[in-house]
Design a protein around this ligand. Structure first.
Ligand code: UTP
Length: 291
């Protein structure tokens, strides 16, 4: 058997309309909404880097240029910070600077669904395995969630998606696993269904916004078959890989916050602030006023 190709590429789709966050997202990219003091997209890029990812592809759309600006070097700002002696924040900005040439953007002209967004990255993906991170799923994990997937990929080869259990009445919001064998941390998969009605869902194990996929998924997405919500669904493309390549779900360790949802976004603010030594005491104090 030939050696596994290393996982070095990540695709970050940010072309969605963010309708659940209107009017905030009318002129502002959802992925630029900050949790404490950094935008959602920054958490996703940091998580991917912690997993050894070296090449990034942002799938952008209308109104998303501020995301690209965010990853550029702000020369005048850095110079001013230096002159004013604000060296801590300057060091932080420099630490997040991208390696020149390591980030590309591709435009998804029409938001036809997540599967279509990933297909738009086909030239970037080429023949390599790749991670996908949906930045509105914000992960609070000791070890980067993408790093956990990368480890599982090295164990099993093939496709690995991060999964969690949800109450049955909520499975219709997610891609759901049809389980071949549940081995605990890893689950081998015999089918996938996008947004099934609870009464016909094959399980309550759902896919969250973290994936490691093989490049062959692109050929299936290229059929442009419309699925749930009349969108080109990534889940449908992934389902076609099953039987031809290994496909596993990984029960990741950590917590997910759905920051595409208002309540999830607010909870993330509290959870992330409580993890910060510079903020936790003040946040604990003010929270007393609301209990
Ligand atoms: P969502 O289902 O959260 O859709 O997309 P959305 O448009 O961002 O937000 P709502 O539901 O209208 O509030 C999941 C991920 O897929 C990307 C989104 O940017 C997000 O990261 N996506 C979705 C695309 O890039 N293109 C699409 O056509 C659809």
């Amino acid at each position: 058997m030939s050696a596994l190709k290393p996982l070095k590429k990540a695709v970050l789709p940010v072309a969605g309309l963010g309708t659940r966050f209107l009017p905030a997202t009318k002129a502002l990219a959802k992925e630029m909404l900050p949790v404490v003091d950094r935008p959602l997209i920054q958490y996703a890029v940091d998580e991917a880097r912690a997993a050894g990812i070296e090449q990034f592809c942002l799938i952008t759309g209308r109104g998303k240029t501020s995301i690209v600006e965010h990853f550029d070097v702000a020369y005048e700002l850095e110079k001013t910070l230096e002159e004013r002696g604000k060296l801590d924040i300057l060091a932080e900005l420099r630490a997040m600077a991208m390696e020149p040439g390591s980030m590309v953007t591709v435009r998804q002209q029409v938001p036809m669904g997540l599967g279509h967004a990933i297909w738009c990255a086909r030239a970037f993906i080429g023949d390599d395995p790749f991670a996908i991170l949906l930045p509105d799923d914000l992960m609070l994990c000791e070890e980067s969630c993408t790093a956990q997937l990368a480890t599982a990929y090295r164990e099993t080869g093939g496709n690995v998606v991060a999964i969690e259990e949800v109450p049955r009445d909520r499975v219709n919001r997610y891609g759901v696993l049809d389980v071949a064998e549940d081995k605990g941390r890893l689950v081998s998969v015999k089918g996938l269904v996008e947004k099934p009605a609870p009464e016909v869902a094959p399980s309550n194990l759902t896919i969250i916004g973290r994936y490691v996929l093989m490049p062959e998924v692109i050929g299936h997405l290229a059929r442009m078959e419309r699925g749930a919500g009349n969108e080109v669904q990534l889940t449908d493309g992934m389902a076609r890989l099953i039987g031809t390549q290994p496909f596993h779900g990984l029960r990741y360790e950590g917590r997910r916050f759905d920051c595409g949802d208002k309540a999830g976004f607010l909870e993330a603010q509290i959870a992330f602030a409580l993890k910060r030594p510079d903020m936790a005491p003040a946040v604990r104090e003010f929270l007393k006023r609301y209990s």
